[in-house]
Design a protein around this ligand. Structure first.
Ligand code: NAD
Length: 470
């Protein structure tokens, strides 16, 4: 595929291969942008700003709605590309497209609700006789930088609210999985004026650093790992920032939980897309009294998962994104085992596949749970009671989502009030998100919220307008 700059397809002599992690075949190649091309994209987005401010809210709504119709028409094709470039099982890719269609519609709806407010300015000394109100105005140019794991829906969570708030955009997708995001950008570009939607592919570091440090970019909306998010925060200067970063999400199972419900949700939460999900269950914290029964059930359900070709509709577990990712998961599992953890099931490796794995005897300082592990692992940590479970959950530099299973309202309330994370769900694992909810972590998991209404607010600046009526 090619990049899109000022409505023209841009190629380069140097190309990068996009490989299918299932069989290492080449899916396609992408251009490698150099410094000049990055500046061309910034110029295109900057020069197109007034094309967006000239559009009415009504016009934006219809354009986003029409783009949504086109996305629906291309749903199957884009889902297949997600599966080819990421190894995500096809049902998961189709579900990502369903979510993306809904996310785009949320943005279309929100484009009609970009409200300012009446300001009772006469409540302040000197304000008598002055009438004032606020207006939400676009930021200008939004750079959207996305990771490999949800290449379409996470791009929509940035592009669609940016457009709803009348900004122009530059999308920089992950080099591991750029194709589906580029397809999405092409669809959006079909419905907006020339130069409003631009894309860049190639080196994340070169393009990222140039976008982050350029004064013509007004906002960086980034989803990805903590180290790169931290690097961006250091370099961004006065730009607005939204950082949706990594997670190490806990899910607590208390002794009065419905164990069957907890197990079935944790199986989904820990192994969804082979654990390569920011809000995946990364730490399973189980109260001592039920740990044997819980573990036995979890192992039984884990053993039923089908590992195989991600294009098959009955596959639950596909490959990890690349060999480096498999090596990392293998390394942290081996490290845990050499420090006393037990493999209850799984820990098998073949090519880019890592089998779903239940580990017991996990200590909090083991690498596998002290850092984010992006793999299909359910590491079980024992807690003697609810207080210890909460302490373990909070003993993390991350704070994205959390889950707690209990049938006791007092325990539920204690957990939701004490756990330090952007969302806490009772009787649901941490791996839960709808696309209209405010989503974004505490601590190192990031800053700002996505979820269309919240993202649109963050894609605007507020101007106060006053009239002296004296
Ligand atoms: P990554 O941080 O390696 O890459 C993310 C993006 O940053 C890519 O497009 C990459 O090219 C780009 N990049 C690289 N160097 C850059 C630089 N110097 N400046 C700017 N951008 C640069 O992440 P990944 O491996 O693609 O994705 C996995 C990570 O994303 C995990 O940590 C996961 O938890 C996180 N994630 C978070 C959320 C969330 O909403 N909180 C959602 C999905 C994934």
């Amino acid at each position: 595929m090619e990049m899109l700059i000022n409505s023209k397809h841009i190629s380069t002599e140097e190309r990068m291969e996009v490989t299918n992690p299932y069989d290492n075949s080449i899916v396609d190649t992408i251009p490698v942008a150099d410094e000049k091309i990055v500046h061309d994209a910034i110029k295109s987005a900057k020069n197109s700003k007034n094309k967006m401010t000239n559009l009415s809210s009504r016009e934006i709504y219809y354009r986003l709605t029409e783009a949504c119709t086109e996305l629906k028409e291309q749903k199957e094709d884009i889902a297949k590309i997600i599966t080819k470039e990421t190894g995500k099982p096809i049902n998961g890719s189709l579900y990502e497209l369903d979510r993306s269609i809904e996310t785009l519609m949320f943005a279309a709806e929100e484009s009609k609700r970009v409200y300012g407010e009446n300001v009772p300015i006469d409540a302040g000394l000197g304000g008598e006789g002055v009438m004032a109100f606020t207006k939400k105005i676009p930021l200008g140019v939004v750079a959207a930088i996305t990771p490999f794991n949800y290449p379409v829906n996470l791009a929509i969570h940035k592009l669609a609210p940016a457009l709803a708030a009348r900004n122009t955009v530059i999308l920089k997708p992950s080099k591991e999985a750029p194709l589906s995001g580029l397809m999405l950008a092409e669809i959006l570009a079909n419905h907006f004026p020339e130069g409003v939607i631009n894309t860049l592919t190639g080196s994340g570091k070169l393009i990222g650093d140039l976008l982050v440090t350029n004064d013509d970019i007004n906002k960086i909306s980034f989803t990805g790992s903590v180290p790169i998010g931290t690097h961006i925060a250091k370099n961004a200067g006065m730009k607005k920032l939204t950082l949706e970063l990594g997670g190490n999400d806990p899910t607590i199972v208390l002794k009065d939980a419905d164990i069957e419900k907890a197990v079935s949700d944790i199986v989904n939460g820990a192994y969804l897309f082979s654990g390569q999900v920011c809000m995946g269950v990364k730490r399973v914290i189980v109260e001592r009294d039920i740990i044997d029964e819980f573990t036995e059930n979890l192992v039984k359900q884990t053993g039923k998962l089908k590992v195989g070709n991600p294009m098959n509709k009955d596959t639950d577990i596909g490959p990890l994104i690349n060999t480096k990712a498999v090596e990392y998961v293998n390394e942290v599992v081996n490290d845990a085992v050499s420090n006393g953890a037990n493999v209850e099931i799984g820990a098998k490796v073949k090519n880019n596949f890592y089998w779903p794995t239940v580990l017991t005897g996990i200590k909090e300082d083991m690498k596998i749970v002290s850092n984010e592990t992006f793999g299909p692992i359910a590491p079980i940590i024992e807690a003697q009671d609810i207080d210890e479970a909460i302490n373990i959950a909070n003993n993390s530099k991350y704070g994205l989502n959390a889950g707690v299973f209990t049938e006791n309202i007092h325990s539920a309330l204690k957990c939701v009030n004490s756990i330090e994370s952007g969302s806490v769900f009772v009787n649901k694992a941490s791996t839960f998100r709808t696309d209209n909810m405010p989503f974004g972590g505490f601590k190192n998991s990031g800053m700002g919220k996505e979820g269309i209404k919240y993202a649109v607010e963050d894609m605007c600046k507020t101007k106060l307008i006053g009239f002296n009526l004296n």
